[in-house]
Design a protein around this ligand. Structure first.
Ligand code: COA
Length: 197
């Protein structure tokens, strides 16, 4: 999936130099430490709690199987962000990819999320996906603003869809990006390549 893009890459952000590279099984412990350091409320958009070792092992197996591609943002050897592209070529949605992204609290608002989301988006385009989706709790304003700025639009609201550790439920918003349609529109305007990587 990453054939058309080479890693590691370095990006300069307000948080300093960030290395973006593919996650491998060797990163299991580092990503678990990253997951454990995140506020649990920020993990509610994920299907499983990534601060648990069992979940990390399953995730690494999915990476080995090729069903998931994860990019890590690394600062001074420490994982500070993760962007994941999930797809299921054997489902009725082989053309759809889901992006999942989270950044450490201490480096938020400094451009790491933007860099990671652009890289993850580029991976999805490189994989030939036609539609992308992201989901988050409705109060994740930064995430909504970030993905809207990339062209995602709200498609669904799932009420009381997740329950936190205290038993409170939260609504989930699903945003979608019809990459193929946008590409076709750009070509109609004489701007081919506008959404290429
Ligand atoms: C979403 C998230 C990954 C963004 O990471 P980040 O490193 O803080 O993002 P950046 O600093 O690159 O900011 C990217 C954009 O987000 C928006 N943004 C960032 N912080 C914001 C804030 N406090 N309020 C509103 N918008 C904000 C802005 O549009 C910003 O773009 P700009 O700086 O060009 O204006 C991070 O907030 C996070 O981990 N949230 C919790 C997990 C989550 O809900 N993920 C969404 C599921 S896909």
């Amino acid at each position: 999936m990453s054939e058309q893009r080479s890693y590691p890459r370095h990006v300069s952000t307000d948080a300093g130099d960030i290395e973006i590279r593919l996650m491998s099984p060797a990163d299991e412990a580092a990503v678990l430490a990253f997951g454990k350091g995140l506020p649990t409320h920020d993990l509610l958009f994920l299907p499983r709690n990534i601060s648990q070792p069992k979940v990390l092992s399953a995730w690494v197996k999915e990476i080995e199987r090729g069903a998931i591609t994860s990019l890590l943002a690394v600062k001074d050897g420490r994982v500070v962000g993760c962007g994941t592209l999930v797809r299921d070529p054997h489902s009725w949605s082989p053309h759809v990819g889901e992006i999942r992204m989270v950044v450490s609290l201490d480096v938020r608002g400094k451009g790491v999320g933007r860099a990671l989301s652009q890289e993850t988006f580029a991976l999805a385009l490189g994989a030939g996906l036609e539609k992308l989706s992201v989901q988050m709790t409705v109060d994740q304003q930064a995430a909504i603003a970030l993905f809207e700025s990339l062209g995602f639009k709200a498609e669904a609201l799932l009420r009381d869809h997740v329950r936190d550790v205290d038993g409170r439920t939260h609504d989930i918003v699903v945003l979608g990006h019809n990459v193929a349609q946008v590409q076709a529109q750009m070509e109609a305007y004489g701007l081919p390549g506008a959404v290429q990587h």
